[in-house]
Ligand binder design. Structure first.
Ligand code: CUA
Length: 321
């Protein structure tokens, strides 16, 4: 309907699927509402009391009816359940090849960090036709990253990383909102996502800024991480080469996957999970690293995943900047 925007633009790969499910559920709810209300009206008239002393006939239950009105709604509810659960899983699991962008929410702005080094404030430039994975955290309270045109909404929490992903299908400029009340200027914590053609995006990226992995590698030396976490594995701490994304055996017997939240916790609260065969001697970096420093550091540790211990003969114990 022109001039009456019932829906925001459909600008991501899942937007159409979300809308189809929504329209189906709206249709189902409308059908049931109409059915129940018209039956109520019909029965109210048909079985009205015709004389003041009329007594209604006693009705004994009907198993056939009971089964019918239990099984049909159950079937409909199951259709909605499996349909939406499937869509939810697709929305929460990014495809294997993604462009990773880091997001920090704070009162009251959005900070974006591109892997090539560009940083943005309240504006996010992304290429069309490529899966974008956002790893997000908050510096203060809970925010929520919401882009209606992509049908993407995810909470941004202090003290941990949450992720979401989308693939934009149409170039354009789309609203970004904070969808969690976060204080005085919550309503002004808005921004824009700018979707560009891939070639246009490449030229926008340019080559000026320093990549976060490089910044992280410097922090790794500067904060003395490299002295213990030697690449050859002979330091007092475990080598971090090839660790990211892999299972880690803990002292407790448990096994955890070394993801962003695990690395983050191990930096801020090193004694929470001790790697099997190592002593709990690492100090906390809770008050020494800011969110803006943690991110490149984790990106650096992530980049070490590509290297295998055997293909990494040079130990990094003697930093030569
Ligand atoms: Cu941030 Cu509301």
């Amino acid at each position: 309907m022109p001039g009456l925007p019932f829906f925001p633009d459909q600008a991501s790969t899942i937007a159409g699927r979300v809308d189809t499910l929504f329209v189906f559920m709206l249709g189902l709810a409308t059908f049931v509402t109409m059915l129940v209300s018209s039956l109520i009206s019909y029965f109210a008239i048909k079985y009205r009391r015709r004389s003041p002393d009329e007594l209604p006939e006693q009705i004994v239950g009907s198993n056939k009816l009971e089964v019918l009105w239990t099984v049909i709604p159950l079937g409909l509810a199951m259709v909605v359940f499996f349909w939406s659960a499937g869509l939810y899983l697709d929305m929460s699991r990014p495809p294997p090849e993604t462009l990773d962008i880091y997001v920090v929410g704070k009162q009251w702005m959005w900070q974006f960090q591109h892997p090539e080094g560009q940083r943005e404030l309240d504006e996010l430039h992304v290429p069309m036709g490529r899966a974008i994975k956002l790893t997000m955290t908050s510096q203060d309270v809970i925010h929520s990253f919401y882009v209606p045109a992509f049908r993407v909404k995810a909470d941004v929490l202090p003290g941990r990383y949450t992720t979401t992903w989308f693939e934009a299908t149409r170039p354009g400029t789309y609203h970004l909102f904070c969808a969690e009340y976060c204080g005085t200027d919550h309503s002004r914590m808005t921004g824009w996502v700018i979707v560009m053609e891939p070639a246009e995006f490449q030229s926008w990226l340019g080559t000026s800024a320093e990549a976060p992995a490089t910044v992280g590698a410097k922090l790794f030396q500067q904060f003395g991480c490299a002295a213990c976490h030697r690449a050859d594995g002979n330091g007092p701490g475990p080598s971090l080469v090839g660790v990211f994304g892999q299972p880690v055996q803990l002292q407790s017997g448990e096994t955890v996957i070394a993801d962003e939240n695990y690395i983050r916790e191990s930096i801020l609260n090193p004694n929470a999970k001790i790697v099997a065969g190592y002593q709990p001697i690492m100090p906390t970096f809770q008050d020494r690293l800011s969110e803006e420093q943690l991110m490149p550091l984790i990106i650096h540790i992530k980049s070490l995943a590509g290297q295998r211990p055997e293909s990494q003969p040079t130990p990094v114990s003697s930093p030569t900047p």
